[in-house]
Write a protein that binds this ligand. Structure first.
Ligand SMILES: [Ca+2]
Length: 485
């Protein structure tokens, strides 16, 4: 009778809003994944059944934004709980010197009875260089009880490779670095870093079944970050590449974009013709399909372990990516394709939902602490969005805020507008960083112009809106920087 009672309790883990025991946290993060590439966010070509399944089980956020539009600052921000401009963690280093003895997200869980582990990239790691080397990158050792790296061949993987970027005559060999390269690779999933990451995560989940403590497990995949490398089978749906449809282009699209708003990667400066552009999209999608399969392996292991009902699962990316919109490619841009992220939070016992309220990745730390009944961390800059998981109509933020530190650009995004301003002077401690003299403003009516084709910043009838956003941005920056860090 006693054991029957115990197993009933086990099955009814989450009863009327309180946990019988602390739930586990499984945090799965992709690298450079734009929401536009996922079928649960509406993509009709790239199918992501495993991520879609998770979305159907949890709350899918349609207005989630990263706080830095490339790896280093975004990851330092959501792990530390501070905006990039608050800590000054704008580059590719650990935020530890700036946060001193304050706890990171996983460290806070560690200090309150959790076993915290990471597999591969949670804080910044260089891709592909750092993955080829298999090192820790800009990691924070105090955040983990256990950590694993997943070395992989990246662009050196055997197979059919092509360098798409700055290769007009086709003579450039397959190269490393932050370069658009596609490799249709020989062999199976385990040849590559993400296959090894999934395998290690599956092994850890098996090990944690018998553990007395709850876990906070971070699983960091590096695809679809360039190089686009995946086993051949993942390319099949996207070949021939000539059938890939590119985003709408029109002459004069750049005419109303300030110089600072032209992304650092474009079809022009990358010298990619239409064939190469289509292949870039196909290669990216194949990497997403490969990533999705690895997510499926981790979720299968969790389900088979019997721990799904006591594990909160989060899926997201550090920032988005352009796939040819406005002839822009890659990240850094503050437009939606780059600054918005996919975000799914699945809490057992809660009803699946789609939530259109604005949230920031910075909100994960305080929200998960709240859901798991951990003590509140004072002075974190994120907000507790956990009520949205019970009521998807609930709103906490009127707008989301993101920065492109490399271009000293700032985004304020609400349901009607996207306001982007460049050239705000950086705080003194950052001099010598990325500061430069460029400036400019972009304002987009997101209801009438969701693809952000018409910059209204110079339109006379919109000067009131521009002024109110300028004021709002000034206040936001002042609030962030005077946070007594
Ligand atoms: Ca990234």
């Amino acid at each position: 009778m006693k054991s029957f009672f115990a197993s009933s309790l086990f099955l009814v883990w989450f009863v009327s809003g309180t946990w019988a025991e602390k739930p586990n946290v499984l945090f799965i993060i992709s690298d450079d994944l734009t929401y536009t590439a996922l079928s649960c966010y509406g993509n009709k070509v790239c199918q992501t059944p495993n991520i879609d399944k998770l979305a159907a089980e949890g709350t899918r956020f349609t207005q989630a934004y990263c706080q830095g539009t490339y790896c280093g600052p975004s990851r330092a921000s959501f792990m530390s709980g501070y905006y990039p401009h608050a800590t000054g963690a704008l580059g590719y280093k650990s935020p530890r010197p700036q946060i001193g003895d304050r706890s990171t997200w996983s460290q806070h869980f560690r200090k309150h009875g959790y076993h915290a582990a990471r597999v591969s990239k949670i804080f910044h790691m260089g891709v592909p260089g750092g993955i080829e080397g298999g090192g820790d990158g800009a990691d924070d050792p105090d955040s983990w009880d256990e950590k694993y790296n997943s070395q992989g061949p990246e662009w050196r993987a055997p197979g059919d490779g092509e360098t798409l970027q700055k290769n007009p005559d086709g003579k450039r060999p397959v190269v490393g670095g932050n370069t658009f390269v596609v490799v249709e690779a020989d062999g199976d999933d385990l040849v590559h870093s993400d296959g090894k990451t999934a395998q290690k995560a599956v092994e850890l989940i098996g090990k944690y079944e018998k553990m007395k403590k709850p876990f906070w497990l971070g699983v960091g995949f590096v695809r679809p970050h360039v190089p686009f490398v995946a086993p051949r089978k993942y390319y099949k749906p996207f070949k021939p590449y000539s059938k890939m449809v590119l985003p709408e282009k029109f002459p004069g699209n750049w005419d109303d974009i300030p110089k600072a708003g032209i992304n650092y990667c474009t079809s022009v400066n990358m010298q990619m013709d239409l064939r190469k552009q289509r292949k870039a999209v196909g290669g990216y999608y194949a990497s997403v399909a490969y990533l999705d399969a690895q997510v499926g392996k981790v979720m299968d292991a969790l389900e088979k372990s019997g721990m799904r009902e006591k594990t909160i699962v989060i899926f997201t990316s550090d920032h988005g990516f352009h796939l040819g919109e406005h002839d822009f490619w890659a990240k850094v841009s503050l437009r939606d394709e780059s600054a918005k992220v996919p975000l799914i939070i699945s809490v057992p016992g809660k009803k699946p939902a789609v939530c259109d309220s604005f949230v920031e990745l910075l909100d994960l730390y305080p929200s998960l602490s709240s859901i798991c009944d951990l003590p509140e961390q004072s002075r974190l800059q994120g907000k507790n969005i956990s009520k949205m998981l019970d009521d998807p109509k609930h709103q906490i933020r009127k707008e989301a805020f993101s920065v492109a530190p490399m271009r000293t650009g700032f985004l304020l995004r609400n349901k009607n507008w996207a306001f982007i301003q460049y050239g705000e002077k950086l705080p003194t401690q950052l001099k010598g960083g990325f500061e430069h003299g460029r400036n400019g403003i972009e304002l987009f009516d997101m209801k009438k112009d969701p693809k952000q084709f018409h910059n209204l910043a110079n339109s006379e009838s919109h000067q009131g809106t521009v002024e109110s956003f300028r004021k709002k941005l000034k206040e936001k920056l002042a609030a962030i920087r005077t946070n007594d860090l």
